[in-house]
Design a protein around this ligand. Sequence first.
Ligand SMILES: *Cc1c(COP(=O)(O)O)cnc(C)c1O
Length: 378
Amino acid sequence: MGPGPSDVDPRVLRAMAAPLVGHLDPAFLEIMNEAMELLRYVFETKNQLTIPMSGTGSAGMETCFVNLIEPGDRVVVCVNGLFGERMADVAARCGAEVARVEAPWGRTIDPADARKALRGGRPTKILAVVLAETSTGVWQPLAELERAAHEAGALFLVDAVTALGGIPVAIDASRIDACYAGTQKCLSCPPGLAPVTFNEEARKVVRGRKGKVQSWYLDLNMIENYWGKERFYHHTAPVTMVYALRESLRLIAEEGLTARFERHAQNGAALHAGLEAMGLKLHAEAGHRLPVLTSVAVPDGVDDIAVRRALLNDFGIEIGGGLGPLKGRIWRVGLMGHTSRRQNVALFLTALEGILGRLGFGVRPGAAWQAATRVYGG
Ligand SMILES: *Cc1c(COP(=O)(O)O)cnc(C)c1O
């Protein structure tokens, strides 16, 4: 129940035990096609260029910036957590002139600030934002940022690493030009692939570059010839990971996106209700809390590490601590993909209640699960 990797369905683990075939084997090409088709379903897009990059979510981030940016391009990056910070770093390493739009860690980005930044200089190539900030638990609304980006003639780039498969991303309906994700969050697959999707506008930018993409490994102009009809060898695909991704995406298709989003929403709401009934304070801005990653303030006088150690040693539950300015101040509880289950909410709330009670933090026994039960309609 940490910020990822999430639990993996046994079917995904079994798929990974299947015999290896070559990365150009006809059987594998079929598996690739199915994985791309299923990715389009989960991203809710018709984008032809929708493929898993080799590497973790950060490789997806680099893929977007390194392909879309040429040295000197102006990029506006929304920074209200660790992953916005990382995007700004990656964009700068690509030679971009980076303008930051900031909000405190735990608050959403104000679209008015983004508009100001988009107007504040030379024409902007990209507006980049994190949809689900895993370091803070904030769910960023996209609609106004999308409008601001396109009115300014910029591409709209979204980090959906923790969002994809847990909350709606809806690439086409949200008019997102380029987006990246990772496998080990709400897709419930081991870490190792980074699904990306580029629409035609974004592809035009990549094809029309003046210079070569400075990363040979992440160059989409070459990689799309392996995932496309040509099947040109570029680098050896991580065959076993593609088996795993296909199986995890099949599980999502069997459940259905709507049902999956509802499951995540309900378990997240139950967790939030339980934590508040315990007298704890949720860290993320009210009204913008993610169901898939909950940040909760460590109460005064309670030892962060002692609580996490007891959860792990006594109950086998792993949760995350705070990062950056939130180190030691919050806990981060993931309910992603296969981990987002009612029995996990029940076990976690009950375990935490017991541990906090033992540490002298006054908790009315049973209050948390009672509040959670109301969310489940019980
Ligand atoms: C996890 C995460 C990343 C980075 O992914 P890695 O798989 O750790 O490389 C990027 N953005 C967000 C929002 C994330 O949660």
